[in-house]
Ligand binder design. Structure first.
Ligand code: SF4
Length: 331
């Protein structure tokens, strides 16, 4: 342990203030893996309900592996980043095919949808492997406490922070320490207004000593956000609607949507009515601005062959992105 004061103080803090979460009451690697995948880009408050729903429907990896992609995506609906849902299913099938959950870092890392962070989290929490996690909370706490000004997001930062976190990791309690560090960043050493007055690390915190809590961690300048313009036409024809499944290489792979034109102008169809225009939808690296139209017709218009006609009454059976749900709500 490189810094017994830091490590022990955090573990003590965690014992008293750590969050009581259902996946922390188990060593079942399946339950822990599921929580880590759900929480990759989702807040705990929202993710917990999804975790409970998944555990109720798929109590073990075998039941999940046997599910259809549509069913998994339907249960995933609302969480966004649907590639995570697809990877979840693919990884469940990998686990079943190899005869059980892997217990080495390299094999956990080889599961679909598992990167360095998730592999370290699962490995340390479920199997006690000595692997430090690195997320936004960990960067912030370490940058402040040790006064490190290397811009987060750079390769140099990743290397330096990984080495530091790894050195601080207590070999007998790696999982607790990783979770302690993340909780501490989420609850005590928060991005804005860290609770320095009540902080057990305050006596030796470099950011507090030098008045730099608001300046650390240093961030790389953000990239530009791309804007895309979507025009959805909900085409209803004798109880059927035209939908297609989105393909690979773009957002929302595998989800279903009505007729779409993308670009500044919409060609559309004669007789279509505008339902809403300028609906903003924020994704991580892009903003979508969408217009919704309704076309009611007796004759099915000719569409490209990726669109199929599905019964409007059965639309619930198709997993759809949130933006399409908003369209359906405005009908
Ligand atoms: S003293 Fe403040 S900045 Fe330093 S670790 Fe504690 S909460 Fe974070």
């Amino acid at each position: 342990m490189k810094d017994p004061f830091f490590t022990q103080t955090l573990l003590d803090w965690y014992a008293e203030y750590g969050r009581d979460l259902p996946w922390r009451r188990t060593r079942d690697p399946y339950a822990i893996w599921l929580s880590e995948i759900i929480l990759q880009q989702t807040r705990i408050a929202q993710g917990q309900a999804y975790w409970e729903r998944f555990m109720a429907r798929f109590p073990n990896v075998e039941t999940l592996a046997a599910a259809s992609e549509d069913e998994v995506l339907r249960l995933w609906q609302g969480l966004g980043y649907y590639s995570r849902g697809r990877n979840l299913l693919a990884a469940a099938r990998q686990i079943v095919a190899r005869g059980g959950f892997p217990d080495t870092l390299a094999e956990i890392r080889a599961l679909k949808g598992v990167g360095d962070y998730t592999a370290a989290a699962i490995g340390s929490i479920a199997f006690g492997l000595p692997a430090a996690v690195l997320d936004g909370n960990v960067y912030r706490v370490l940058a402040r406490f040790y006064g490190i000004a290397t811009p987060v997001g750079s390769t140099a930062a990743k290397k330096a922070f990984t080495e530091l976190a790894q050195a601080l990791l207590p070999p007998d309690r790696p999982g607790d320490f990783n979770q302690a560090l993340m909780d501490f960043g989420a609850l005590q050493c928060t991005p804005q207004n860290p609770q320095c007055l009540t902080c057990p690390l305050a006596a030796r915190c470099e950011a507090l000593r030098s008045g730099r809590t608001a300046l650390l961690p240093v961030r790389k300048p953000a990239g530009t956000v791309q804007t895309r313009r979507f025009h959805y036409v909900y085409i209803r024809c004798r109880g059927f609607v035209a939908f297609r499944r989105r393909g690979p290489g773009d957002i929302w792979q595998g989800l279903w949507e009505p007729y779409l034109e993308e670009g500044e102008e919409v060609r559309g169809f004669p007789g279509m009515k505008c339902l809403r225009s300028g609906v903003r939808h924020q994704l991580t690296h892009r903003i979508l601005i969408a217009d919704f139209y309704l076309l009611e017709c007796e004759e099915k218009p000719l569409l490209t062959e990726d669109y199929i006609w599905i019964p409007e009454a059965g639309l619930d059976n198709y997993a759809k992105p949130r933006l399409v749900e908003v369209l359906l709500e405005s009908l």
